[in-house]
Design a protein around this ligand. Structure first.
Ligand code: NAP
Length: 266
């Protein structure tokens, strides 16, 4: 199948107004699939839609939605309307706080969990159900090396990313017989406005070795059919910042998948 057949006719990109989300939307459109662009700020979304129209000739609707909102999924479903979504990119997910767990109000962390866990899970449930019925489509979950373990300043962030890792692995196992691709795109430090803002706030220089959002988006789309994990910059059989390699995790999931199917049925 061509990209359009496999992941069209529409894509949804969360956190599309800048950084990796913006790069994903432009790359997806350059492959012939228009995107529904989601973020909180309307102006950057509108200007991205203009850029895509000029580059690809495609019209991308925009929707200003706060993904921490308890009814974000309903707003998102309303924004999509009756368009058929073949690709969902869950991109918004960084932690702008950079604080120890007890040094922020609990409401801050609850919002973080609502965006990264509740809304992401709700969106995947909604879109993947329709994809499974059509026997094609893709879920691309933008993740972080923080998914592999906790550390100071990362309690809610790394926990939410660990959720995404395990969630995405399970969905990969469940959906692969139905032709739906699932990928955890596990990133290292990437040159996004959000990350630059954190560095600036801490008075730190911009490191020279940041990944480029364009490269991240290209590799994410290239690797989408080979889930459940791609660790940025690493081959499948290299562990890197994970305790095990993507290849070993894939084999382990398939082995456990066979065992669980003997209990729960195929
Ligand atoms: N940058 C890195 O070094 C790095 C490293 C590892 C992993 N990652 C992962 O890469 C992804 C993108 O990261 P990023 O650095 O670009 O920062 P980010 O804050 O995750 O993404 C920025 C985008 O998300 C939108 N956004 C943020 N909060 C939102 C909310 N509550 N509702 C709706 N939209 C929201 C922003 O637009 P608005 O402000 O207009 O809402 C913007 O378009 C994340 O999943 C992150 O965990 C990044």
């Amino acid at each position: 199948m061509s990209f359009v057949e496999r992941y069209g006719p529409w894509a949804v990109v969360s956190g599309a107004s800048e950084g990796t989300g913006r790069a994903f939307a432009r790359k997806i459109a350059s492959n012939g699939v228009p995107c529904i662009l989601i973020a909180r700020r309307t102006d950057p979304l509108a200007s991205l839609a203009e850029v895509i129209r000029a580059e690809s000739g495609l019209v991308c609707p925009t929707a200003a939605i706060d993904l921490t909102s308890p009814d974000a999924i309903n707003q998102l479903v309303a924004a999509v309307g009756d368009r058929e979504v073949g690709l969902f990119v869950s991109n918004a997910g960084a932690d702008p706080n950079g604080m120890r767990f007890l040094d922020r109000d609990i409401d801050v962390w609850l919002e973080h969990v609502r965006r990264n866990v509740i809304t992401t899970m709700s969106c995947c449930h909604h879109f993947a159900k329709l994809m499974r019925a059509r026997r094609k489509g893709g879920l691309l979950l933008v993740n972080s090396g923080a998914c592999y373990g906790g550390a100071s300043f990362m309690a809610a962030y790394s926990a939410s990313k660990a959720f995404t890792l395990n969630f995405g692995e399970s969905l990969w196992a469940e959906l692969r017989p139905h032709g739906v691709d699932v990928l955890n795109l596990v990133l290292g430090r990437t040159d996004t406005p959000a990350f630059r803002a954190v560095l600036a706030e801490k008075g730190l220089p911009v490191p020279p070795d940041l990944a480029s959002p364009d490269d991240v988006a290209q590799i994410g789309l290239d690797r989408l059919p080979q889930g459940p994990i791609y660790n940025w910059g690493l081959a499948d059989d290299v562990a890197g910042y994970a305790p095990t390699s993507a290849g070993i995790r894939r084999s382990r999931i398939l082995a456990i998948d066979m065992a669980t199917k003997q209990i729960y049925g195929d």
